[in-house]
Design a protein around this ligand. Structure first.
Ligand code: UT7
Length: 325
């Protein structure tokens, strides 16, 4: 029997309307447009409107992806949402979304792997499809990181943005996802996180007082560059491929300098790298599917080309997917 692959048959994305420029941030914290651009490559990011939740963003992206794929919601038999900013503690945002979309009674769950959430979701979807357990899978990355930023902390609030991206995968005899690779190392938990939760408790009389992203940026930066270099090697080796066989790098969009380092590792010119960090900032789990959708919609990515998707984030978590589009 021939091998079954998970093929991307539709992509979609959604960004909130409100654009926040670096100049606006200059009014909020002690920063400059020049510093932000030079150190991160970010010019602007989107911010969810009041009352607009992760499920709202995810729903828009998912509807577009389903439409592009020509797939009816009831055909979806697994829904996976990568997010670090769920609407509520439970039910999962994936369940809220499943009901809204009308995906019947398919399995639905959130994956919390911070910025690697979409790649983790893609990896899970790939296993289900290859095992023959699922035929049509909706994988989404959606975040409203702006809700847990400390708007007095210039070292973090300038970095993140809100958005959502989605893909529809279908079982096919034609490749497809060629491999996925996911990893984590909890030893680095202190370098990047938001240290508040149900079980540890919220501080008394201070609702959500601790719900703020903190990051030791410079240390995260160094580990990210090193680790992404390793995952590139691992992915190429697993597929017995060389750098020159990769047509497009679709990286997590945290920092242009990190993206450039990974491109260099692949000996890939920046024209072959999808960059959205300038317009989106770091949208965590949404960043890779947002970049992928932009590449598809802009006509950059052509059928049969090889795409290397990768991400790195809090946990630390990291991962990659090699896709024949
Ligand atoms: O998606 C999850 C993974 N996240 C990442 O991969 C992010 C990784 N880290 C980074 O992208 C970078 O480390 C940052 C962009 C966060 C920071 O860039 P950096 O070149 O590592 O700067 P730094 O943290 O070493 O700070 C350099 C200086 C400091 O001042 P002093 O101590 O040299 O006087 C900071 O206080 O820049 C200062 N600084 C700022 N200045 C103006 C920090 N934030 C700002 C700011 N505006 N917004």
């Amino acid at each position: 029997m021939s091998k079954t692959y998970a093929r991307i048959i539709g992509t979609g994305s959604y960004l909130p309307e409100k654009v926040m420029t670096n100049h606006e941030l200059e009014q909020i914290v002690d920063t400059t447009d020049a510093w932000i651009q030079e150190r991160t490559g970010i010019r602007e990011r989107r911010i969810a409107a009041e009352g607009q939740t992760t499920a709202d963003l995810a729903e828009q992206a998912a509807r577009i992806a389903l439409k592009e794929a020509g797939v009816a919601p009831e055909e979806v038999d697994l829904l996976i949402l990568g997010t670090t900013t769920p609407d509520i503690v439970f039910p999962s945002t994936a369940c809220l979304l499943q009901h809204r979309l009308g995906c019947g009674d398919c399995a639905a769950f959130d994956v919390n792997a911070a910025c690697s959430g979409f790649i983790y979701g893609l990896s899970i979807a790939n296993q289900y499809i290859q095992a023959g357990t699922a035929k049509t899978v909706l994988v989404i990355g959606a975040e409203t990181l702006s809700r847990m930023l400390d708007w007095n902390d210039r070292s973090t609030c300038v970095l993140f943005g809100d958005g959502a991206g989605a893909v529809v995968l279908r079982a096919d005899q034609t490749p497809g996802i060629l491999s996925t690779h996911i990893h984590a190392n909890g030893a680095y938990a202190d370098l990047l996180g938001a240290d508040v939760g149900v079980s540890r408790g919220f501080k008394e009389n201070e609702k959500n007082a601790g719900l703020r992203v903190h990051m030791r940026g410079n240390e995260v930066f160094k580990v990210a560059v090193r680790t992404l270099g390793r995952i590139v090697d691992e992915t190429l080796k697993a597929n017995d491929m060389t750098q020159s066989q990769i047509d497009w790098l679709i990286p997590h969009q945290a920092n242009l300098r990190i993206i450039q380092a990974t491109a260099k590792k692949l000996s890939m010119p920046m024209e072959r790298v999808i960059v959205t960090v300038d317009k989106h900032g770091n949208t965590s789990a949404a960043s890779v599917p947002l970049a992928l959708d932009e590449a598809v919609r802009g006509g950059s990515v052509k059928p049969g080309e090889h795409l290397l998707l990768e991400a790195f984030g809090g946990g630390f978590t990291w991962g990659s997917a090699l896709v024949r589009y």
